[in-house]
Each structure stands twice: as structure tokens, then as C-alpha cells.
Design a protein around this ligand. Sequence first.
Ligand code: NAD
Ligand code: MG
Length: 304
Amino acid sequence: MPENPDLTAPVARHAASLTTEEGGFPAQEQQPPGLTPPMDPLPDHGEDTYVGHDRLKGLRALITGGDSGIGRAVAIAYAREGADVAIGYLPEEQEDATATAELIHEAGRTAVLVPADLRVQAACTTTIERVVAELGGLDILVNNAGYQMARTQGLEELTTEDMDRVFKTNLYAMFWLTQAALPHLGRGASIINVSSIQAYEPSTTLLDYAATKAAINNFTVNLAAEVGNRGIRVNAVAPGPIWTPLQPATQEGDHLKTFGADTPLGRPGQPAELAGAFVFLASPAEASYVSGTVVGVTGGKPVF
Ligand code: NAD
Ligand code: MG
């Protein structure tokens, strides 16, 4: 049987971005939170490939951390599926946020930019208020903002300051944003939290981060039970190793040469490869009976 070129083309494209002898990315480092333009190679957010089919037509979404990485890929996909999209990000990421907004505009949708440090409760509340005012409501909340810092020292060296940054960004902000958003979410609305393979297969270098991702899974299942009778669905996506600014900003540079090589598919993923899962979970028609679950996009590592 002749090989169907359509089955292999996307994988070939992503594999072509692996430029080192070891099959990964060149060693490189940035300061957190990290930006897109200095990355070598640039990540693929689906700019040239994602095709929408009106699956989110007229819906209004907030994606925290929507300036870059996975959040940018979701913003492009949601806009091309017909949604208006607000993105949250840190003020120092304005350059990335502006680039994402341009992609939303190119899709013919409204973009709302909300710079704020979500480690502060008032910033979470104000973010939701601004989004509801400027988009006229809210149907999809994607709690995607996240922070990690790889550390070679053990638990005894972990400071309260380190823990605060990780727990506040990944957990407190998710609770505060969801609390503020719930009064605005109607039947058919959905919440999507971003977990990680670290919830299932934790690295000793990410002790605090991995704990937050396990907590995010637990929160997802539990909140789904709480708000199910209101017709609101709550799910999570657990990414594996994905090429985003978070990696050069929080891992030792050399680590990137073999990044993702230990997955069953043998390579890291690109942000564009996450978009389908987020679109599916947000779609009121396609995922109408899907709640309290975690979709793994891990290159084959198990999420159970
Ligand atoms: P990214 O750096 O592109 O996105 C993370 C975003 O979080 C940043 O753009 C920033 O806007 C936001 N953020 C961080 N601290 C914040 C704060 N205090 N206030 C407001 N916003 C803040 O990286 P990414 O990899 O796309 O990360 C998105 C999500 O995916 C995170 O939750 C991350 O934990 C998760 N994740 C990533 C990977 C991976 O390999 N890249 C793997 C598993 C899970
Ligand atoms: Mg960013």
C-alpha cells in the first residue's frame, strides 16, 4: 500500500525543527518568564497550519498566559474557530502579547489584552471583570499561566520565596480566577486547567511544580462535580515536553539538547500540537458530555 503523505507530513514538519545531533534544541537560556523571539528555533503555534471550522463561533474565551507557548497556540485556534479571545500575561511579555493579538485580529476576531501579575488576588478579580466587560461575557476560561524553576538542590534548599512563586502562579491564581469567573459562566460554558506529565511522573528537580500539577488534576475532578449541575464542564490538559519560552527560561540550557527524547514518540512537542485538545474540550457540541477528565498530550507518556 502506498504511504498516505497526509499522515506523516505534520510529524515530519515538527521533527525537522530538531536541529541538534542529539535530536533536540540548541543549548540556550533566558530569564523568566522568557520571550518567543530569542528562541532557536521559533516554536510552531499553528500560525501556518491551523484551520478553524466554526466550532467555537461567537464564544468568548480568556486564556491566561496566552501571549506565548501553548497559550498562543490555543489563542490562534480559538480565534480561527470563531471565538473572541482575551489573553492574560505579565507586563514584561507585552511584545509576545501584541504578536498574539495580531494573530487573533487576522482571524477576524476581537482580542483583549490584560497584563497582570496573577499572584495577586485583586489582579485575578480585575482580569475577569475587564474580560467580561470588554467581551460582553465569558464562556471559556483556560487557566494556562504557570511557572516552574528546575533545581538541582534537594528539598532542604527550597525557599519559601521559591514555593510562593510556584504555588501562587499555578494554584492560587487558578482558584482566584475560577472563583471570579464562575458567576459569569452559564450552561455550556467550560473551564480548562493546564496540568502536566509532572503530575504523573514527577522529576526531583521540579518537586514544588509537580505537586501543583497533581493538585490541579484533583481540583479539576472535584470542581467538575461541584458545578456539573449548573451545566458547566471542567477539564484539564496535561502536556508533555513542549517547546515554549518556559523551557529555556527555567531549565539548564544543555538539557534542551535531549528535551523530549525520552517520550515514546521520541521527540518534544510543539505548541500547535496542543490546540486540538483545547478546542475539543471547549466545544459545547463535541465535548457536551466530557467533564472531570484530563487529556494527555504527552508524546505517549501515560496519564493514569
Ligand atoms: P509559556 O512561558 O509560554 O507560558 C506560561 C505563561 O504563564 C507565560 O507566558 C506568562 O504569561 C504566564 N505567567 C507566568 N507567571 C505569571 C504570573 N505571575 N502572572 C500572570 N501570568 C503569568 O510556557 P508554556 O509551556 O506554554 O506554559 C503554559 C502552561 O503549560 C503552564 O501551566 C505550564 O506549566 C504547562 N506545561 C508546559 C509544559 C512544557 O513542556 N512547556 C509541560 C507541561 C505543562
Ligand atoms: Mg510568555
